[in-house]
Every structure is written in structure tokens, then in C-alpha cells.
Design a protein around this ligand. Structure first.
Ligand SMILES: Nc1ncnc2c1ncn2[C@@H]1O[C@H](COP(=O)(O)OP(=O)(O)OP(=O)(O)O)[C@@H](O)[C@H]1O
Ligand SMILES: [Mg+2]
Length: 488
């Protein structure tokens, strides 16, 4: 059978640190690597080591420095013990590969299967491994190829669940699918619509242009605002987020712009507003559609000349803050109704990022669910995966509460499930999954979804009917009539 790594013969001192049994301290011995590969090495000593025992290995690669890694005893060979390396980081791996290349002399035969390669081909005709050792991409290619070959060797023994575990691992940990490392490791998604969002974030972040983020509740508006801030020159200055709907109007003005001492009853000392606090950084105004006309005018003034005025002060102060605003409702209809200033809208809407609802993000539903399951499993020190039915239910549900709902349902499932495999009922998606053997009329399906959506929206908006109507894009009387119809 062909090897999975290039091995070279060496004579390299290595300190082997072994933990003694029954916690009786450690022993360190100096020995030698007689051969090395990226995956492990043979050490020429055979003390009383057991198979699978973990040892510490400290060695110095000439010209590359000292390394300390962990290894596991794999087997005993005639000339020593074969170890497998555990925690080789990228840097240690690249340096080890340089050292192996320097010490690996015979390039007239394939180091994997031994077949003659007098023509110095870049790929072995016999075992098909890449022999392009001196290419810069060799290591990355090699890791991919060896991963696939290792998997192929074991695949006969795999169950469907194992295959899902592997797929999950490959997506999330290896290929980093959905992780856009240059945006924010926490910002998950690989559908075209979310890739467009990432591209907009990249383009707009380095500028000082105001951004208007639109999208349904739970689609990631605040996360997007943070991603913009983190990629801007302002990243070392404050990012201040305010939800305009959560603070009563009379307090919001003082919160945003601050007040002078004695400017109103209770103003016992001067207070800086959030704008001042965010000086040099970014302010994120969520639910901007809820701002009163008075505050809209103050905001407009800020956007025009960068001046903010404390309540009770005679003049303003100049402040350097980038404004990002977000709304989950339609500002254009608010303008038509006269509740939102048109001039402010045009000032804010210079650059608009619209976050698509999760139901329009295709495979991202599953990618997001897997990402959060992995995260919660790690936090809870458990190993959980989704059953095939759970994956199907995740795909077919339309997630009215978007990413926030995925997080809540997956967290609940991780806690509720008693088995390693998460079921549809752990996710609380049971009532929504239409089983193929149950005949459901389109009307029933529509009603079930309608009811579900109203229940979700009522919960999300803490039973505030105006908010529910806004989120669902229907009138308040319609909300009342649907509640009556479904007995909610
Ligand atoms: N693409 C994503 N990847 C990972 N986590 C996400 C993603 N989008 C949103 N989240 C997470 O979902 C939750 C809701 O996101 P966020 O608060 O940014 O949404 P929002 O649009 O501001 O919601 P609301 O309108 O209710 O204020 C947060 O915990 C956020 O970190
Ligand atoms: Mg928000």
C-alpha cells in the first residue's frame, strides 16, 4: 500500500517527554528521529511506552528553530517507535516540510509507492499522488489529497451518520464553508445573496459614507454594522449601537446627544451623549424608522455638518462619527405617510445593504444550523449532529425569525436531545414537517404557515400589534382578524 506522506531518513535529536503512570511526574529523554514525515516520525528508542500513549516532543530543526509538539505512539517498529504528530501548527508544518525537502534526496522514484520516476513526472502514474514538491501550493494540495485518501480508506466502514459527521467537519472546519474569514469569523453564509453582502461590506467599510442596512428582523443587521466597523480605519475606536425603538423618545434625545447640567428636571450634571462617546468610531442606530421628527432633524444636522448639540446648550460640538442606520420597515412608505423626513432618507440611503431573509438563502439554512450546532456542542462539551430528517426539516422550514430563530431552535435542540443525533422534534419543527404519507391540501399548508408566522411575530414583538403588522407587511385589522381566525 502506498504511503500517505513523504518520509525522509534523518538523524535528528529529539527530547521525548513522557508522563509517568499514576501521576508520578514526568521523564524526559534525549533520543533521535530516524525518519520524519509531515504526519509523524520514527524515534529510535523503545522504553516502556504503550501504544496510544501521548508524548511531548521537543526538537530543533537546523536553520528553522526549536519546536514543541505532541505525538502519539502508533506502533513499534524494528528500529524504534512510530509516532503520529498531533498539534503541528501551520508554521511548524511549513518548516518541517522545508526540512523534509532538504533531506529527501531520491527523486528518481515515487516516495509514496516506490515506482520508478526517471522522467521526473509531476504526478505518479502508479499511485496518482502529486510529486510537484517544489511548488508553493504543494502543502495545501497534499493536505487535501491525503485527507481524501485517508477518508477513502476508511469509508467502507462508515454509517450514514458518520458520513454526515465528516461532511459537517469538512464544511465547517476544513473548507471553512460559510466562514468569511476576511469579514468576520462569526458571519456565516455562502449563498450568492450573502456573498454579495460580504462584497458590499468590503467595498464600503474603508470609506466614511453612511450606510443604511435594511432587512427583516434577525437577518443580521447589527452584525453587518459591526463587520463594517471592524473593517474600517475606525476599528480601534468605539462601536456604539442604539436601538431607537427601545428607548422612550424623551430619554432618547439625551441618550444620543447628551444634556447640559440643569437643562431639565433631574439633569443634575452634564452628560455626554452616545454620539460624543463614539467620537472617532461608528454609531449604529437600529430601527431608525422609529425616530421622532425632532430627532430626525437633529440627525440631519449631524449628517450635514457633523455637529451635535446637547439638550440645553447654546451651540454644538463637532464630532467625527460614522453613521450606520438600520430598519426592518419600509422607510419609503413612512415618507409617504409623513412620518419620516425625505431629506434624511436620502442622506442615509447613500449606500444601502439589503439583507435577504434566511428563506431566500438556499443551503445557508443548513450551513448556519450546523455552524451553531457545532458552536453549542463545543460549549457544552458534547458531540451532536443532525439526523437526516432534521436536515430536511431545516431545509423546508421558512424561518420567519431568520438567523435569530435558527440560533434559538438549535440551542434548544442541543439542550433537549438525549441522543447524539438531533431529531425534528428536538428542533421543535415537528408540526411544520409535512410527512409524505400524510395528504395535506395546499389550503391546510397555507393556513399552517400563516398561523405559525403570526405566532412567531407576536412572540418576537412582545404582542405589540402595530409592530406585528409592520413586520408581516399587513394592516393592524388584518392582524386582529387572523388572531381571531386561528384562536391566537
Ligand atoms: N450570517 C450570520 N452568521 C452568523 N450569525 C448571524 C448571522 N446573521 C445573524 N447572526 C446572529 O443572529 C442574531 C441576530 O442578528 P442581528 O442582531 O444582527 O439581527 P438584526 O437584523 O439586527 O435583528 P433585529 O431586526 O431583530 O434587530 C445575532 O446573534 C447575530 O450574531
Ligand atoms: Mg438589530
Amino acid at each position: 500500500m502506498a504511503r500517505l506522506d513523504v518520509r525522509c531518513n534523518v538523524d535528528l535529536p529529539v527530547h521525548v517527554v513522557v508522563g509517568n503512570d499514576a501521576n508520578k511526574g514526568i521523564t524526559e529523554r534525549v533520543s533521535k528521529f530516524t525518519s520524519l514525515s509531515l504526519g509523524g516520525g520514527v524515534i529510535d528508542f523503545t522504553p516502556s511506552l504503550n501504544k496510544n500513549k501521548i508524548v511531548g516532543l521537543r526538537y530543533e530543526l537546523p536553520r528553522h528553530g526549536e519546536f514543541e509538539i505532541l505525538g502519539e505512539i502508533l506502533r513499534f517498529e524494528d528500529n524504534g517507535v512510530a509516532t503520529r504528530f498531533f498539534n503541528l501548527n501551520r508554521d511548524a508544518k511549513l518548516k518541517l516540510w522545508d526540512y523534509i525537502k532538504e533531506n529527501f534526496t531520491d527523486d528518481l522514484s515515487c516516495p509514496y509507492c516506490g515506482k520508478k520516476n526517471t522522467q521526473k513526472k509531476r504526478r505518479c502514474d502508479n499511485c496518482s499522488w502529486s510529486l510537484n514538491f517544489y511548488s508553493q501550493d504543494y502543502i495545501v494540495e497534499h493536505e487535501k489529497e491525503s485527507f481524501i485518501k485517508r477518508l477513502a480508506m476508511k469509508s467502507n466502514a462508515f454509517t450514514v451518520e458518520d458520513i454526515y459527521k465528516v461532511l459537517n467537519f469538512v464544511d465547517v472546519e476544513v473548507l471553512k464553508v460559510g466562514k468569511n474569514l476576511d469579514i468576520n469569523e462569526e458571519f456565516v453564509g455562502s449563498s450568492q445573496s450573502i456573498l454579495n453582502v460580504f462584497s458590499m461590506i468590503r467595498k464600503i467599510a474603508p470609506t466614511d459614507i453612511p450606510v443604511l442596512i435594511t432587512g427583516e428582523s434577525g437577518t443580521g443587521k447589527e452584525l453587518t454594522a459591526m463587520a463594517i466597523h471592524e473593517r474600517s480605519q475606525r476599528r480601534n475606536k468605539p462601536f456604539v449601537a442604539i436601538n431607537c425603538a427601545a428607548i422612550p423618545e424623551n430619554l432618547l434625545e439625551a441618550e444620543l446627544f447628551g444634556h447640559e447640567k440643569g437643562s431639565f428636571t433631574g439633569a443634575v450634571k452634564q452628560k455626554a451623549g452616545k454620539f460624543e462617546y463614539a467620537d472617532g468610531g461608528t454609531i449604529f442606530l437600529d430601527e431608525i424608522g422609529q425616530l421622532s421628527m425632532n430627532l430626525q432633524s437633529k440627525l440631519l444636522r449631524f449628517l450635514e455638518d457633523k455637529i451635535v448639540e446637547k439638550i440645553g446648550s447654546n451651540g454644538g460640538v463637532k464630532i467625527d462619527v460614522r453613521l450606520i442606520a438600520a430598519t426592518n420597515n419600509d422607510l419609503k412608505s413612512a415618507i409617504a405617510k409623513g412620518t419620516f423626513r425625505k431629506d434624511l432618507f436620502y442622506r442615509l440611503d447613500v449606500f444601502n445593504i439589503n439583507l435577504p431573509p434566511v428563506r431566500d438563502r438556499g443551503e445557508d439554512k443548513v450551513i448556519l444550523a450546523r455552524y451553531f450546532l457545532n458552536k453549542f456542542s463545543r460549549e457544552m462539551n458534547l458531540s451532536k449532529t443532525f439526523s437526516l430528517e432534521a436536515i430536511e426539516a431545516i431545509k423546508s422550514y421558512n424561518w420567519p425569525g431568520n438567523v435569530r430563530e435558527i440560533i434559538n431552535k438549535v440551542r434548544r435542540a442541543a439542550v433537549m436531545s438525549t441522543e447524539p443525533s438531533i431529531t425534528v422534534s428536538d428542533l421543535d419543527l415537528e408540526s411544520l414537517t409535512i410527512k409524505m404519507d400524510e395528504v395535506a391540501s395546499l389550503k391546510d399548508v397555507r393556513s399552517a404557515i400563516e398561523k405559525q408566522k403570526i405566532v412567531e411575530a407576536m412572540k418576537h414583538c412582545s404582542n405589540n400589534i402595530s409592530k406585528v403588522a409592520r413586520i408581516l407587511g399587513i394592516s393592524r385589522p388584518s392582524v386582529y382578524s387572523l388572531r381571531r381566525k386561528y384562536n391566537i
